[in-house]
Design a protein around this ligand. Structure first.
Ligand code: NAD
Length: 471
């Protein structure tokens, strides 16, 4: 069913549409639910020019005023949570409860970011001068967001970019633009025109942004392949970059872990949001001594988790978000079947309508198998036997990715020793996926450059400026 609303971009504080439209599909039904404007180069240029024109005024506002603006954004998101939830489920596929949780997390998150203060460093070490280093805004930030957590990941960029005095042009994924476009319209009531511009478009728009000569920084979340392209095109005007990219997180289960305690959280570590989480557990290394018991427990949980349309209150998991990703996940399952891997559960994607894939557990495939070596980004998980911990750590680290990981044990100190050996930006002990506004989230290796969240994340939207005063 079509959503009865027009979806506009927001450029210089005003709604803008286009004669070129892109269809947005509900992944649970494959029905077109809305169309959105396909931003032209001229419109993008105007959005960037509006952000540039708004920059001197916005950076000159007091820090306290910008903190108040962030809190007002949080309040607006919370106030419109119900409406945004409906849009998010219709475009993304996730169940209503998960959509609401994402929106509420976004509302809370930006309020926490509002409380952050930028540091100032003073040095008297050089005789005859006092050096004061503070952190000033970069200018116009281009923000590019993926389709798995469209609202939360947009807020992760909007909060720190605006707090530090930058202005923005933000682009949602063409697969999940609706809640973000609506958000852009809502936020104009608390921001001066041009401070936050939202544009929507197809495959051409992201490159138009990363190549744009008047954007000073790109804050990008998406796949490693796209991140490489963004980095290459950003060279033209030496754009600053924050890249939050793909991952292939290992969960390492030590032999002393109690299966009854960890099976449920381990299941959700892998399958929350139908596996479409950058920090989902994507390779599960289980000690030989508890492998059979844990795999049986995971199969039992899979049997009682209902997958369906996110608008149905009984659905705990929704579909894969878009057709291309659905085909990719199906190809990965087919590759495992062709290679003779055993499925402990699942392995038979539905024929549609809807991009539904059952929870699929693959029994101890070799590390070279696609399902292990590649990021599935869907509800497919390989369980991998190991015998000694050095072997498990080496196999976990044998990846171009370095985003997250987790270690599971009855002895948190022993787990912490293993955690420190993982070559990733985040490691959880006896949990997974929990990210906070209070701590840095950074990808090692090809999982990214820079950080989001915490003080590290805030500073990514600034550049140091040192003023040397006479002593
Ligand atoms: P994607 O790279 O296909 O797209 C991400 C965004 O980039 C979209 O808005 C897209 O329109 C845009 N884009 C596409 N081509 C572009 C180009 N050449 N230049 C600039 N922008 C371009 O990623 P996706 O499929 O939307 O998201 C899934 C991926 O994102 C997974 O790999 C996942 O691990 C990763 N991800 C990472 C994090 C993180 O914080 N590290 C969080 C969520 C998702």
């Amino acid at each position: 069913m079509m959503i009865n609303a027009a979806f506009n971009m927001t450029i210089d504080g005003r709604p803008e549409n286009s004669s070129d439209q892109i269809a947005v599909v509900n992944p649970a039904t494959e029905a077109v639910v809305a169309t959105i404007p396909d931003c032209s180069q001229v419109q993008l240029d105007r959005a960037v020019a509006a952000a540039r024109a708004a920059f001197p005024g916005w950076r000159a506002t007091s820090y306290a005023d910008r903190q108040a603006a962030l809190r007002a954004i949080g309040a607006l998101v919370a106030e419109h949570a119900e409406e945004l939830k409906q849009l998010l489920t219709a475009e993304q596929g996730k169940p209503h409860a998960a959509a609401l949780a994402e929106i509420q997390a976004a509302a809370w998150w930006i309020g926490v970011v509002a409380d952050q203060q930028l540091p100032e460093t003073v040095s008297d070490a050089m005789p005859g001068q006092r050096s004061v280093t503070r952190h000033v805004p970069l200018g116009v930030v281009g923000a590019i967001v993926p389709w798995n957590f469209p609202v939360l990941l947009a807020i992760w960029k909007i909060g720190p970019a605006l707090l530090t005095g930058n202005t923005m042009v933000l682009k949602p994924s063409p697969f999940t633009p609706l809640a973000t476009l609506r958000l852009g319209e809502l936020l104009q009531s608390v921001l001066p025109p041009g401070v936050l511009n939202i544009v929507s478009g197809g495959d051409a728009l992201g490159p138009m942004m990363s190549e744009h000569g008047d954007i000073d920084k790109i804050s990008f979340t998406g796949s490693t392949a796209t991140g490489r392209r963004v980095m290459a095109s950003a060279a033209a005007n030496l754009k600053r970059l924050t890249l939050e990219l793909g991952g292939n997180d290992a969960a390492i289960v030590l032999p002393d872990a109690k299966v009854a305690d960890i099976a449920e959280p381990l299941f959700w570590a892998a399958f929350t949001n139908s596996g479409q989480v950058c920090v989902a557990a994507k390779r599960m290394f289980v000690h030989d001594s508890i492998y059979d018991e844990l795999s049986a427990a995971l199969v039992e949980i899979a049997g009682r988790v209902r997958i369906g349309d996110g608008a149905d209150p009984d659905s705990a998991l929704g579909p894969v978000q878009n057709r291309a990703q659905y085909e990719r996940v199906k190809a990965m399952i087919a590759d495992s079947r062709d290679a003779g891997h055993r499925f402990l559960t699942g392995g038979e994607p539905g024929e549609g309508p809807g991009y539904f894939v059952p929870v699929t557990l693959v029994d101890n495939p070799p590390d070279e198998a696609r399902v292990v070596a590649e990021e599935a980004f869907g509800p497919v998980l390989p369980l991998l036997r190991y015998h000694d911990i050095d072997e498990a750590v080496a196999r976990a680290n044998a990846s171009e990715y370095g985003l997250g990981g987790s270690v599971w044990s009855s002895d948190p100190d022993a787990a912490a020793e293993v955690a420190a050996r993982l070559e990733t930006g985040t490691v959880w002990i006896n949990s997974a996926q929990g990210l906070t506004p209070f701590a840095a989230f950074a990808g090692h290796k090809q999982s990214g450059i820079g950080a989001e969240n915490g003080m590290d994340g805030l500073l990514e939207f600034t550049v140091p400026q040192t003023i040397h005063h006479p002593a």
